[in-house]
Structures are given as C-alpha cells and as structure tokens.
Ligand binder design. Structure first.
Ligand SMILES: Nc1ncnc2c1ncn2[C@@H]1O[C@H](COP(=O)(O)OP(=O)(O)OP(=O)(O)O)[C@@H](O)[C@H]1O
Ligand SMILES: [Mg+2]
Length: 476
C-alpha cells in the first residue's frame, strides 16, 4: 500500500486520449485504487489523469486541464474536504466527486452543501458512477455549447469593438458604414458615455484613410490658449512655457482624422478658428506667420443640443452647419435595453481577462437589477459597474451585493421611488409613461413605439386622442 504523497511525475497515470472529451482527475493516496478507478473510467469511455498528489491535482484545475476530480476523502497531508475547498477557490466551476469508505447520508449532504458535485461510497459502484458521470458530461457539454454559441453571437454582433444588436444600434452601424467611405465632416451626438468616441474611431477605421492617423482632442478639458496650441501647434517662445516648437493635432493627423470631443464646449473665438480650418483647410502654428495646408477629416462630438446652443448664441451657426453635414445620433442605453445582456457578457469577458478572474455570469436577480436601472451614465456606467463587480466578487456569479448602492437602493427623489406613488387613473399613468418614453427618444415616434412594445399606429392613435382631449379641455 502506498501511503506516501508521490512526486507529481511518478504519480501521473494518463488513460484515454480524446482531447474533446471531458478529462477527469483521479486523486487517491493508494495507487492501486487509482489504477482500478482509471480502468473503470476507461470502460465507461472517460479519459483520466491519476495522481496521489493533491497539489498536482490543484495545478491541473488551475491550468484548466481538468474540470472534474474524483477525490478520496481520507488522505494524509490534505483530506478530501480540504482539497474540495482549495479546488473551489482555484476554479469555482470545478466538479469534485468525493469518495469515501465511511459513507453516511449526513456527511453526503454536508459535502454537497460545501460544493461537492457528488459523494459516493467505496468501493465505487460502476453503474452508479456511470449515471453520475453521464449526467455531468451532459451538463458539461451543454454549458460548453452555450458558451461557444454566446461567444459566436458576441463576435457576430461586434462592430469594430462596438457591441449592439438593438434596432437603434443597427441603424447607427448602417449609417457609419454608409458615410465612412466619404471624406466628409461628421457630427456625432449623444448623451455622455453612449460610445461617441468608439463610433468616431470605427468611422476612421472603415474609411479609405484608415492607415493614416486618428487624433483625439477633448475640447472641454482645456482653456482656449492651450486648445489652440494643441490643435494648431506652436513655435518656440510663442508663449510662456513654449520651450520647443511643436506641430498640432491637425498636422499630426494630416491625411487622416481628427476627433474633437465635446465641441459644444468651445468658446466663440475658438469656433471662428475652427471654421477657418474647415473652410480653407489651412492652419497656422501659434506664433508663426507661415500658413500650412492640411487635409483632415473632422469628426466632432457633443452631448449638447447644438441647435439650441446656436439659438442661445453660444455656438456659431455657420460652424454648426459645416460640422453637421452628416449627423449620427448615438442612442442612450435606456433606448436599447435589449443590448444590456450582450454588453454585460462583453464586459465580463474583458474584465475577467484584466483581473484574471473566472466569473461565469450574473445571478438572475442581479440581471433584473441591471435591466431596471435608468443608466444616466449610459454604457460607461454599465462598464464601471461590471468592472467593479468583477474585481470585488469572490463567487462564480456576480450578485446584487457586488453592485453599488445606487443600483440596489434607488434614491427616493428620482421620481420613480415608492414615496412618489399616487393612486392615478390608469389612463393618466399611460399618458405620463408614453410622454416620458417619447422624451427619452427625443420625439422619435418609431423608436418610442419599439420601446413601448406597441405598434406605430397604436402610438399615433393614442397621441391623436391625447391631442384632441387637450384641445377640448383648452376650448372649454
Ligand atoms: N456599444 C459599446 N460596446 C462596447 N463598449 C462600449 C460601447 N459603447 C461604449 N462603450 C465603452 O463605454 C465607454 C464610454 O464610451 P465613449 O468614451 O466612446 O463614450 P462618449 O459618448 O464619447 O462619452 P463622453 O460623452 O463622456 O465623451 C468606453 O470605455 C467604451 O469603450
Ligand atoms: Mg467622449
């Protein structure tokens, strides 16, 4: 009888071969027992790796070579339950079948509660083992298939790193595809965190100048003088601190694309300079009389209503028309709730990699919380929620405890809180709800009807009725 923990090399007994099959690890302190079990497994059609060394079995789990371990309970050094705990820590998705010569129902239940997949008496009954393993293989393959399908779906629905399959996003992708090949200026509008920069990047990547540079300038982060020097460059000594001569972003990205984020934040003086570049395609470095020609595509983005800014005298009308030859509106996350599951999966994959985690997904109630949130910060907010949850969660599935409080305990003053509830007539609730959805969709009735889950004609009918009612009440 071999009661020693043999070094890994001598203690490996590899049986079976198929790479695709579910490979098991048999862990026991008796090599005779390992051989017997491996023979049984071979007859049942399973390949296995045998070892007397629990550390080696843990390594196999950690590097993903096995996801099923049959482990003895009584072993010197580390018993089966300790092994179970450590295995679960390394990979919460691992299946551990514990084998014992001292079977009792209470112990079986305790082991299963602790995370074991099964608890089988020794000597192991072959038909019982077959049933247990066949069930396991079935769920193992189903899960694998679902994961592959999800991955496939995810990559099919990724458009230059932009995830989305909602009708509103598909419309955006079509527009991007259409306009990318033409070298015109584009205005991307949308609320904060909706992905305006990603859209701008994808336009560049799909354009004929994709090989050229894509330069980003955030207009809100700088005072005018700094912004001017960043965009147009400066000569040495042009201002205090200008210790060297530098080209600006327009020269740097000459032949390519300049992305100007938050263009609505620029001053009127700066807007006049931008207009000159767009009209004449010429720039001057700060402090230099020399005029240089540049050929760039300008993509500007804003989360303001630029038309309203024009009316208020804060944005030049001529620049607005120059910039917005083509306008792309990126919908808010509230307008594309059907993208949330895909985005969650995408960010889980991203942050599992970043933080070396193996989080499988979200619990059902966690998913419900995310689907009910209003997402004022849009995709950026969702990304932050998933990345924090990924970092802090110690379980295989993210649960509501891993979310920030504002998601699980919405503030009372947000208008949706229970304390603002009033016993309104159903018709009034309907009217208010439709009005809010229309506001969210910025008056786009087709999209509002989609969000409301009703036909377009039903929405028109409802609006007509509401209009008539309000006309009648104002006439009385
Ligand atoms: N559809 C999407 N798929 C995957 N990631 C996305 C998507 N949309 C946005 N993101 C991610 O969300 C974050 C915010 O996106 P981005 O910076 O493009 O938004 P923005 O509209 O420019 O925001 P702001 O108005 O604040 O400048 C980024 O990390 C981006 O990668
Ligand atoms: Mg941005």
């Amino acid at each position: 009888m071999n009661t020693m923990t043999a070094p890994p090399k001598e203690s490996r007994f590899v049986a079976g071969s198929s790479d695709d099959a579910m490979t098991l690890c048999v862990l026991d302190d008796e090599s005779g027992m390992i051989e017997m079990l491996q023979e049984s497994l071979r007859c049942l059609g399973y390949s296995s790796i045998g070892t007397t060394n629990p550390q080696y079995a843990l390594e196999l789990i950690e590097n993903g070579r096995v996801r099923v371990v049959m482990s003895d309970i009584k072993m010197p050094g580390m018993d089966g339950l300790q092994f179970l705990d450590q295995a679960m820590q390394r990979d919460p998705g691992v299946y551990v079948l514990l084998m014992t010569g001292y079977y009792s129902l209470d112990n079986a239940i305790a082991a299963i509660k602790r995370g074991a997949y099964d608890y089988v008496p020794k000597p192991v009954d072959r038909s019982r083992l077959k049933k247990s393993l066949d069930e396991l293989a079935d769920s193992f393959h189903k899960r694998k298939r679902i994961r592959t399908l999800q991955q496939q779906l995810l990559s099919d629905l990724e458009f230059h790193g932009i995830v989305g399959r909602s009708p509103a996003m598909v419309e955006v992708f079509e527009m991007v595809r259409k306009v990318a090949r033409h070298y015109t200026n584009i205005l991307v509008v949308g609320a904060t965190g909706t992905g305006k920069e990603l859209i701008a990047k994808s336009i560049h990547q799909m354009s004929p100048v994709a090989q050229q540079r894509f330069a980003v300038c955030n207009c809100s982060a700088m005072v005018d003088t700094l912004l001017e020097s960043q965009l147009f460059g400066h000569m040495r000594g042009a201002f205090t601190g200008a210790t060297d001569t530098r080209p600006g972003l327009f020269e740097y990205a000459n032949g390519g694309t300049v992305f100007m984020d938050e263009v609505g934040e620029t001053s009127l003086a700066m807007q006049a300079k931008l207009l000159r570049v767009i009209q004449n395609r010429k720039i001057q470095r700060v402090g230099s009389p020399e005029v240089r020609r540049v050929d760039v595509r300008l993509i500007a983005a804003t989360n303001r209503d630029l038309r309203a800014e024009v009316l208020a005298g804060r944005f030049r009308e001529d620049l607005f028309y120059r910039l917005s030859t083509i306008q792309i509106r990126v919908p808010s996350l509230a307008e594309r709730l059907d993208d949330i599951p895909l985005l969650i999966q995408y960010f889980l994959k991203k942050y599992n990699q970043t933080y070396s985690k193996k989080i499988q997904g979200l619990t059902r109630r966690a998913q419900t919380v995310l689907l009910q949130h209003a997402w004022p910060g849009n995709i950026r907010e969702l990304e932050n929620v998933i990345s924090c949850a990924c970092l802090t969660s110690v379980n295989e599935f993210i649960d509501v405890d891993d979310f920030p409080e504002n998601l699980t305990k919405p503030a009372a003053h947000n208008g949706h809180g229970a304390d603002t509830w009033r016993p309104l007539p159903l018709e009034e609730v309907r009217r208010q709800h439709i009005r809010r959805v229309l506001e969210t969709c910025e008056g786009n009735r087709v999209r509002a009807a989609q969000m409301l889950g009703i036909g377009r004609t039903s929405l028109y009918r409802f609006l007509k009725r509401a209009e008539k009612k309000s006309a009648n009440s104002s006439a009385n």
